[in-house]
Design a protein around this ligand. Structure first.
Ligand SMILES: NC(=O)c1ccc[n+]([C@@H]2O[C@H](COP(=O)([O-])OP(=O)(O)OC[C@H]3O[C@@H](n4cnc5c(N)ncnc54)[C@H](OP(=O)(O)O)[C@@H]3O)[C@@H](O)[C@H]2O)c1
Length: 323
């Protein structure tokens, strides 16, 4: 039997990387083996991966040399950054550069860079429909990733640019779930008007990534956009109502109101929703449901995600947030 090809996975104890590690472990073809990258090999989550038989190594995306060691000998690398740990697009770009340089130096044959659109291609800095943030970004947690695409491609890396979507898991973990309304009801609150929000089960990102690695060279040099479904706020609320047996409405608010909600990153999130609303055709069009299902035949619809995880959505939280 041929030796398994190693995929080095950044963020292996988190949502995207963890999904990929589990997808590799559960893949009966045995083509790949996961190498989980963590800052702390002794943490409970890292130990859980080790118990699953996964190789666990230590590296930090702020340290290129350490990443080079972690990527060494691997066939592939899954690269992701952690904007919400520091809120800095510049730092995210520097971390992407570290991963790209490490991938180049270690000679991996396929890199997946988890990215998002550089919204400044659609909303130049002098377009005052939304404020400029951090001096030179419109949606910092998108623009930094999009700008970093060029780092991977300019180095001539065999890279697939993976454009991800809003995790439905945000309804559970990041305060984006239903909010109490003054009349005692519940509402999903965000500024998308009647436009569709591409969404995905976080675990499906890793499963799609495995599909990309399994396809060999097919997606190298390409951008791939993934989503589980494209649903409007009203559709999300209606499906959530039905699954949770509660009356949940969708409340559209102007982006400037959302930006003022006061939670950390509300301005970035407000700009993000406005971008997705105003350039909806481009944003939705870049995320093919059909391709996502080809890459990952187990892709969850929102109804299926609700059935699996809906009971974890907190229904009485006090403030709107998100990431
Ligand atoms: N939420 C959404 O809807 C959404 C949608 C699209 C894209 N995104 C993007 O997804 C990214 C985050 O990915 P995720 O959700 O998979 O993250 P996550 O679940 O928060 O997990 C991050 C993992 O990465 C590791 N990590 C953090 N800082 C690190 C560092 N300096 N060096 C090495 N490892 C580090 C941590 O592991 P250890 O503690 O074990 O080191 C952590 O378990 C963000 O950039 C965000 O913009 C989010």
């Amino acid at each position: 039997m041929a030796p398994r090809k190693v995929i080095a996975v950044v963020g292996a104890t988190g949502a995207q990387g963890g999904g990929l590690v589990r997808a590799i472990v559960n893949d009966t073809s045995g083509e790949f083996a996961a190498r989980a990258i963590t800052r702390d090999v002794n943490s409970a989550k890292a130990q859980e991966l080790a118990r699953m038989g996964v190789e666990v190594v230590s590296a930090n995306v702020d340290d290129e040399k350490g990443l080079e060691g972690a990527f060494s000998g691997a066939y592939g690398a899954y690269c992701v950054t952690f904007f919400w740990d520091h809120f800095s697009a510049e730092r995210e770009i520097a971390e992407a550069r570290n991963m790209a340089e490490a991938a180049k130096a270690s000679g991996v044959q396929h890199v997946i860079w988890s990215t998002l659109e550089d919204t400044r291609r659609f909303v130049p800095l002098d377009d005052d429909r939304m404020p400029t943030l951090q001096g030179k970004f419109k949606v910092p947690h998108f623009d930094g990733k999009g700008e970093a695409n060029g780092i991977f491609t300019d180095l001539g890396l065999p890279v697939t640019l993976l454009n991800t979507s809003f995790y439905w898991d945000n309804f559970i973990y990041f305060g984006a779930g239903p909010q109490p309304t003054p009349d005692g009801g519940l509402a999903l609150v965000f500024p998308m008007g009647d436009k569709a929000l591409p969404g995905i089960a976080a675990e499906d990102i890793g499963k799609c990534a495995l599909g990309i690695f399994k396809a060999g060279r097919e997606y190298i040099g390409k951008a791939v956009g993934i989503a589980g479904e494209h649903l409007t706020g009203a559709q999300l609320a209606q499906k959530m109502s039905r699954a949770l047996n509660r009356d949940i409405r969708y409340t559209d608010v102007p982006p400037e109101v959302y930006r003022g909600f006061g939670f950390p990153g509300a301005d970035d999130m407000g700009n993000m929703f406005q971008f997705k609303r105003d350039f909806n055709r481009d944003f939705v069009g870049a995320r093919s449901l059909e391709l996502s299902r080809t890459l990952n035949p187990d892709l969850l619809t929102f109804d299926a995600w609700l059935q699996k995880y809906g009971s974890r959505i907190p229904l009485e939280q006090a403030k709107t947030a998100g990431r």
